[in-house]
Design a protein around this ligand. Structure first.
Ligand code: BGC
Length: 781
């Protein structure tokens, strides 16, 4: 409470200061009668010419009026005043008709405060599946629909710009923000981010690609990522490049970290040479919520437009730098122009009359559908699933009381309700083992009432609950196995705090969880009844030590507010699963090439280079628990007719064909993946790289679909650091069409006659230090 009051007082003082500075500016020009007004794109030049230096600087600095607490080095955005709880806003210059625009998170839906003081209305938003769950659909059309639904809510709540999609690469398994991102693969990331951006922006709301770039440790935002130019271009920047080129996002958020020695927000090479020249990007760039820790002039020169959430000192520093001659006012004008060009597109500028009453019921359906489609069936022995509705189910695991529907921190969303798994099962006509259910309710309530397991902190800053040990169910399991038809165990991730990465305690199941699995599986096996595990987790966990004990495993990820309904839709087979993993499940964390280095401090070297995720596993022959692209269905598919056109001779592109037939007994969809193994030449190549994918329409049993994939030169090219160019090296390219990265159904080839230079780019972002990169050439023999 005190924190709130302090903030309110500071906020009043600060706004008075800002107001008086704008007032002074106005009186300085009060001789003019009619100020030019921002009316459209064409009016921008006149408006810039009429702006005072102070006004320009104010536009480049967010409108935050809250102060940073002493013990915080960063505040998650909730600084907007026009829409309470939204992340931030820009400053208005009223005399010139420039409105303030509102920015809100985020990757799982609109994050704003659900209630407001002295206001009986509510402002809930739909909680959609986490991006890694969305990515498991491999369905750009569905992701487009989710983007459209999020945009509708944002627009109706008065938001102009969404701080999403998050699109970093899940290169490190324990990164605490991986679930805010799509995949370990840049092509999947680029395709789905493009779909999301289009879905949002077609509704007249902007998107922000974040966090640009190589931001892969949550525990330390200030780490220096040391990455090769090749890994940057092929892995870490690729998805951003695809989305910039094909979806024209309004904004990009530069990340907190350094890349090869330079802060991302101060890097002209990143923000200008790559983003604006090589690609080129047409929107504006903002900082992450860094509260002015960096060199303002350097940021302005680098091509950073908007400093968020903004501090008055930053305005002063821009003004002073121009007056002292260390910052060219033309740079300031350039940066202002980029922002104004977006402002004229926003709902606020266009005076959109938002209702504050979005279609939450319709969007709940979108969320439920996306959640079900994003689930992945990891195991289904003897076709345990689908289950007949009406069965009696015994539910094990504390997550039946405390499900994990979604993210934390800036990815938090306040939904109108959440459907737990027991509720979802009941909605679907299952009968619950009531005794067991009641025991869990009491067990959780009692533990949460203790000091040891009570909630630590409140709100978005710290939503940490210590993880509960699982209840000892040795006796309950025997009773349940006799009295019910099926046992369902729900496992969640350990609750992490906002500011941390995942820990190994989250990857490996705790002893009490292992014991629960043992007790339940033994009892149900003796009774001849199946056990299904639902993995309600934020990222891959260890499965090999326990998976043989259970009959089926369904990965739900963090599926949003409709968790229970979506799980039930899938369990009864109303939705036939087609989800596939966008991230590898390794056998053991210590198998991973970076396991002894991550998360590191200060300088973190990306030694594994281009061998990220399945690129590593397939090239270095490391077995996985569940490989990239893996996922079962309730039906089976046959692949045939895998071939390429032009007799396998590459010109500027090549077309791959495949036919998929549903040879099972129920309708279903299949995600067909096209991998390429490029020939080693001057550059070494990973064993497999995903170059295209497609999802069939729903195929009835016995029905076929012919699929066609176009691979163009840029998509197939590798990045040659010596030439600073994308090149397609000559040789034979193997095209592998499959149901996953390890389940290849057919291989064909095409050939490239001579080396081809595909695209020359700026020679930038080179590491300052030499380091040893992982190379398969070192591993021969
Ligand atoms: C997060 C961003 C988020 C911003 C505004 C930052 O702490 O890193 O992802 O968009 O806060 O809430």
């Amino acid at each position: 409470m005190k924190k709130k009051l302090d903030k309110a007082i500071i906020s009043m003082i600060c706004s008075t200061l800002i107001m008086s500075s704008v007032y002074l500016n106005m009186s300085a020009v009060s001789g003019q009668e009619n100020f030019p007004q921002l009316t459209d794109k064409e009016s921008i030049n006149g408006v810039i010419a009429a702006m005072t230096l102070e006004e320009k600087a104010a536009l480049l600095v967010g409108g935050n009026t809250q102060e940073l607490e002493d013990d915080e080095d960063e505040i998650i955005g909730d600084q907007a005043e026009r829409v309470p709880g939204a992340a931030g806003e820009t400053q208005a210059i009223e005399r010139l008709g420039i409105p303030s625009i509102v920015l809100a998170d985020g990757p799982m839906g609109v994050r704003i405060d659900p209630t407001r003081e002295d206001d009986a209305n509510t402002y809930y938003a739909t909680k959609f599946p986490a991006p890694n769950a969305l990515a498991s659909t491999w369905d750009p059309e569905l992701v487009y629909e989710v983007g459209k639904a999020v945009a509708h809510e944002a627009k109706e709540y008065g938001i102009d710009l969404l701080l999403a999609p998050g699109m970093n690469i899940q290169s490190y398994l324990l990164n605490g923000r991986n679930y805010e991102y799509f995949s370990e693969d840049p092509y999947v990331t680029g395709m789905l981010a493009t779909a999301f951006v289009n879905g949002v922006q077609n509704q007249g709301i902007g998107t922000t690609l974040k966090h640009f770039a190589a931001y892969n440790q949550r525990a330390d935002n200030t780490i220096n990522a040391i990455v090769s130019q090749r890994a940057l271009r092929e892995i870490y920047l690729k998805g951003f490049e695809m989305a910039v080129k094909s979806a024209d996002p309004w904004a990009v958020m530069a990340s907190y970290n350094k890349i090869n020695g330079t802060w991302a927000t101060e890097s002209e090479e990143l923000l200008t040479s790559v983003l604006r020249q090589d690609w080129p990007f047409n929107g504006f760039v903002m900082t992450d919520w860094e509260f002015g820790q960096r060199d303002t002039s350097q940021q302005m020169n680098a091509g950073l437009n908007l400093l968020m959430p903004g501090r008055e000192e930053q305005v002063e520093s821009i003004v002073n730098a121009v007056q002292e001659g260390t910052l060219d006012e033309r740079i300031v004008d350039r940066n202002v122009r980029d922002i104004l060009e977006i402002i004229v597109e926003t709902p606020t500028f266009l005076e959109y009359d938002h209702s504050d009453v979005p279609h939450l019921a319709a969007n709940a359906d979108v969320s439920r559908h996306a959640a079900a489609d994003g689930m992945v069936l990891l195991k289904n022995d003897e076709r345990t699933l689908p289950l007949k509705s009406g069965l009696t189910v015994s539910l094990f695991g504390t997550p039946q009381v405390e499900p994990m529907t979604g993210g934390r921190g800036s990815a938090l969303v306040y939904p109108p309700y959440e459907v737990s798994i027991p509720e979802g099962l009941e909605n679907k006509g299952f009968t619950l083992d009531q005794d067991l259910y009641d025991k869990y309710q009491t067990y959780v309530a009692e533990l949460r009432a203790t000091e040891e397991f009570g909630q630590i902190g409140e709100g978005i800053f710290d939503t940490t609950f210590p993880t509960l040990p699982e209840m000892d169910v040795a006796e309950e399991a025997i009773k349940a196995a006799n009295e019910s038809d099926v046992g369902i165990i729900i496992l969640t991730s350990e609750f992490g705090s906002y500011g941390a990465d995942r820990s190994l305690d989250d990857f490996y199941l705790s002893e009490s969880k292992q014991k629960m699995i043992d007790d339940v599986s033994t009892a149900f096996e003796e009774a001849g009844k199946p056990v299904v595990v639902i993995l309600n987790v934020e990222g891959p966990i260890e499965v090999v030590s326990w998976r043989d004990k259970v009959d089926a495993i369904l990965l739900s990820w963090q599926p949003g507010q409709e968790l229970g309904n979506a799980v039930s839709d899938v369990l009864v087979g109303e939705v036939n699963l087609a989800g596939k993993l966008p991230q590898t499940f390794p056998i053991d964390y210590h198998d991973l090439p970076y396991s002894d280095r991550y998360p590191g401090t200060d300088d973190f070297v990306y030694e594994e280079d281009i061998y990220v995720g399945y690129r590593y596993h397939t090239t270095f022959d490391l077995e996985t628990a569940y490989e990239f692209g893996y996922g079962l269905s309730y039906t089976d598919f046959d692949y045939s007719n895998i071939r390429v056109n032009r007799n396998g001779k590459f010109k500027d592109k090549i077309t791959v064909f495949a036919t998929v037939e549903n040879v099972g007994e129920v309708p279903g969809r299949e995600v067909v993946q096209v991998y390429v193994k490029a020939p080693d030449g001057k550059l070494e190549k990973p064993e497999l790289e995903l170059k295209a994918f497609n999802k069939t329409k729903e195929l009835q049993p016995g029905k076929k679909e012919n699929l066609k994939f176009e691979l163009d030169a840029k998509n197939l090219a590798s990045f040659d650091e010596n030439l600073s160019a994308w090149v397609l090296e000559k040789g034979t390219y193997e095209v592998k069409v499959g149901a996953s990265s390890e389940d290849i159904k057919g291989t064909t080839t095409f050939s490239v006659k001579k080396d081809m230079m595909i695209e020359k780019v700026n020679d930038v972002l080179a590491p300052e230090v030499d380091f040893k990169r992982l190379s398969k050439r070192d591993n021969k023999g």
